[in-house]
Design a protein around this ligand. Structure first.
Ligand code: GAR
Length: 321
């Protein structure tokens, strides 16, 4: 008897686990389809829930105001419900969506709905095109990667689809995990002298590559696979303090040792030489006599956070025009 109860108990647990794993897969698929992260997914769920409840309350209120009751004509009752569903529900949805920071998602949803109903013409504007897929290459803490992900989080036209990293355990992998972005760990031999992981990038549909704290030289195989579509950020005013071995804190140490009065950031296209591709953008900051490599690093990071995502955005719109 005990054996039978145990069996039933285990069977039930099995069914629950199976159900949860199906639910989880469906949740992941929806997330990918909608191009959103985990937090957004739940916020969107909450918006739909609140909209349903609010619309029901408003419909009831309007019905009362119009004097509709059990004895009223069903045509009038249905008419009020249809108007509320077509108009009221959508307005409430947009309002909650906007209030909870998901305007871009719900506006895109509304536009699709209106196009399906034939109310507005289907267009080929930025919003209705497939998103541009970006791979971020990084090997460090990943604070720039996190900033870029956050900047594009609500954008239906751009999606950060892959984090490429050469350092198992690097902070950027935690950033990827938190944002449920797939990762690709690469090793030197294949990257530098093989196919540069081009098949994986192309299979993932990557359109654009952003180096955000990536320290290996980019091989010609990758450059040829993405002509004018790979950019890098360097924590100094190139051509000064660039080249092999010049990265992160080493750059700031060299700048401080040379008693420079200013430093800054350079965003540039990547060619086959370290830090030599065409400059896209530079911004600078003053160096005080009290600055150390660490305090300079903070100033540089602030510049990077303020400009890098915006410059990526600008470049993408220029390239897709
Ligand atoms: C950034 O400051 C970036 O400019 C630099 O590495 C840092 C990465 O920080 N890149 C280079 O030095 C490339 N030569 P993060 O991991 O916190 O984004």
């Amino acid at each position: 008897m005990l054996f039978f109860e145990d069996f039933l108990f285990l069977k039930t647990i099995g069914i629950i686990v199976k159900f949860l794993s199906h639910f989880w897969k469906m949740f992941k698929r929806l997330q990918q389809k909608w191009g959103i992260n985990g937090t957004q997914f739940w916020v969107i769920f909450v918006v739909f829930g609140l909209t349903g409840i609010t619309t029901a309350i408003i419909t009831r209120y309007i019905s009362g105001w119009l004097g509709l009751g059990v004895n009223s004509s069903w045509v009038r009752i249905i008419l009020v419900r249809i108007v509320m569903l077509i108009l009221g529900y959508q307005l409430v949805l947009l309002t909650y969506g906007g209030l909870l920071g998901q305007w871009a998602f719900f506006w895109k949803y509304e536009k699709l709905l209106l196009q399906k109903l034939g109310i507005i013409a289907s267009d080929m504007t930025k919003d209705s095109r497939k998103p541009i897929k970006i791979a971020v290459f990084a090997s460090g803490a990943g604070s720039n990667a996190a900033n870029i992900i956050q900047y594009f989080a609500n954008r239906p036209d751009v999606s950060i689809n892959l984090i490429v990293c050469n350092k198992p355990g690097a902070g950027v992998l935690t950033v990827a995990e938190k944002n449920t972005i797939p990762t690709l760990i690469i090793e030197k031999e294949r990257f530098a002298s093989g196919d540069a992981y081009l098949p994986e990038l192309k299979n993932a549909g990557i359109d654009f590559v952003v180096l955000a704290g990536f320290l290996w030289k980019v091989p010609i195989a990758l450059i040829n696979g993405y002509p004018n579509k790979i950019i890098n950020i360097h924590p100094a005013l190139l051509p000064k303090y660039g080249g092999k071995g010049m990265y992160g804190s080493k750059v700031h140490e060299a700048v401080i040792a040379a008693r420079e009065k200013e430093s800054g950031i350079t965003i540039h296209f990547v060619n086959e030489h370290y830090d030599e591709g065409t400059t896209i953008f530079q911004a600078n900051c003053k160096i005080d006599s009290s600055d150390t490599p660490d305090t300079l690093a903070v100033k540089i990071h602030d510049l990077e956070y303020a400009h890098f995502p915006k410059q990526i955005d600008k470049l993408l719109s220029a390239q897709t025009k």
